[in-house]
Design a binder for this molecule. Structure first.
Ligand code: FE
Ligand code: FE
Ligand code: ZN
Length: 305
């Protein structure tokens, strides 16, 4: 079955309830959210009643809890331990985040492995291995999905060999999975027009069964650019057909496909105003590129105002 959804919001007041409502408004049967702002670590207590309410809403709309994904804040950096306090904080925060995720009943947590900053790649990878060995408890239900990165700055895991090395060295590696991001893979130098060959390589190295979710994004930049700037589906350098081949790939059946594409400007040109997801999901379900995507989105949301 095709599992398609997008990044949605989560607020301290309405928590998972608002995320589910937003996902439903896009026609999604899967989704991803941050338990607070992506760029900070301020987090609220998970409320039992709100979680129950959200679960009923999910049930009524045929969305399964196991198809929902949480993304850890991207300032968490396990690859750099220059400042001991920051490294310790990241480990502690991640343990707490795993708790929040399991209280919500969710099984997958996406994590950016991190950046080595002033250290070197080897040290960065080893720092992540050591941190994960501290973070992961043998009995936890949550799987950490290591995301493939673009290799911007000193990011690690732009090469799937880095991910393999981490999985090989983490004690409870059954708690680790991988999140493929098509924009990041393209920017890292993997050719998304030859995605089946990429999957063969991934399968040999890590195993397809380790893929926990896919971030489906087009890219603003050419292959190998190491930039990490997402583009709307079919409007970037990867293109609609190559992305459809990822989304409908038989080997990725039943794996959540999550859009993290940019919001669209309003008529006055204000950026990050309207979410594109409802229309991108339509385009994906129809398997037909919408060349009027931006117009359709602005018209729809201007009318709702
Ligand atoms: Fe990410
Ligand atoms: Fe991503
Ligand atoms: Zn990205």
């Amino acid at each position: 079955m095709l599992l398609i959804g997008s990044h949605v919001s989560f607020t301290s007041k309405e928590q998972l309830v608002i995320s589910v409502k937003e996902a439903i408004s896009y026609g999604a049967n899967s989704f991803m959210f941050y338990t607070g702002a992506p760029q900070n670590t301020k987090r609220c207590k998970i409320d039992y009643d709100l979680t129950l309410k959200a679960r009923n809403l999910l049930y009524d709309n045929n969305i399964e809890l196991k198809n929902i994904v949480v993304h850890a804040p991207y300032i968490i950096n396990l690859a750099n331990n220059e400042k001991e306090d920051n490294y310790r904080f990241a480990i502690k925060f991640l343990k707490e985040e795993i708790n929040r995720v399991s209280m919500l009943g969710i099984e997958k947590l996406v994590l950016h492995p991190g950046s080595y900053v002033n250290l070197d790649l080897e040290t960065g990878i080893n720092n992540v291995i050591n941190a994960l060995n501290e973070v992961i408890a043998p009995n936890q239900s949550v799987k950490i999905c290591l995301e493939t990165m673009a290799g911007k700055g000193s990011e690690i895991c732009f090469d799937i060999n880095h991910i393999k090395r981490i999985i090989d060295k983490v004690k409870y590696s059954d708690k680790l999975m991988v999140c493929l991001d098509t924009c990041h893979l393209n920017d890292a130098g993997y050719d998304m027009s030859k995605f089946d060959e990429f999957l063969d390589e991934f399968d040999k190295l890590i195993g397809i069964d380790k893929i926990g979710c896919v971030h489906v994004n087009d890219s603003k930049n050419i292959i190998g650019s190491h930039k990490d700037r997402h583009e709307n589906i079919g409007y970037g350098t990867i293109g609609f057909d190559a992305l459809l081949n990822v989304i409908y790939n038989k080997r990725l059946d039943n794996i959540p496909m999550i859009l993290e594409t940019p919001y669209v400007s309003d008529e006055d040109g204000n950026k990050r105003v309207y979410p594109p997801y409802k229309f991108e999901i339509d385009m994906i379900k129809d398997k037909k590129f919408n060349k009027n995507l931006y117009d359709d989105i602005t018209k729809y949301y201007e009318r709702l105002k």
